[in-house]
Design a protein around this ligand. Structure first.
Ligand SMILES: [Zn+2]
Length: 107
């Protein structure tokens, strides 16, 4: 009698716990969707102007988020000048793609 009494008392608690877990899942899912939508929006904003930045090293076109000002590279390593083509693009500045930047930093 005691055991069955405890069982019935515990049951509603279990149900409530399940409900709470499910509600938590729903909240989590909603947050994830919002984040994905945000990332998509950020991506579209980033690519909207097209790749207009010329890398002064490999002479390829890049997006803004993929380049770094060549000036920064010159300041930390002046010997990289011999690898740069002095190509000016956006804002009349010289840009270097991030992959070239990484390699030139080691020169
Ligand atoms: Zn490059």
């Amino acid at each position: 009698m005691l055991i069955s009494g405890r069982k019935t008392r515990n049951e509603p608690l279990e149900c409530r716990e399940k409900r709470l877990v499910n509600r938590h899942k729903c909240v989590k899912k909603k947050t994830a969707n919002t984040t994905v939508a945000n990332e998509v929006r950020k991506f579209h904003a980033a690519v909207s102007e097209g790749p207009m930045y010329i890398c002064s090293c490999c002479d390829q076109l890049w997006y803004k988020h993929s380049v770094t000002a060549a000036e920064k590279l010159r300041l930390c390593n002046p010997s990289v000048i011999k690898y740069l083509l002095s190509k000016l693009s956006v804002d009349d500045m010289e840009w270097v793609s991030q992959s070239c930047y990484k390699h030139l930093q080691k020169k």
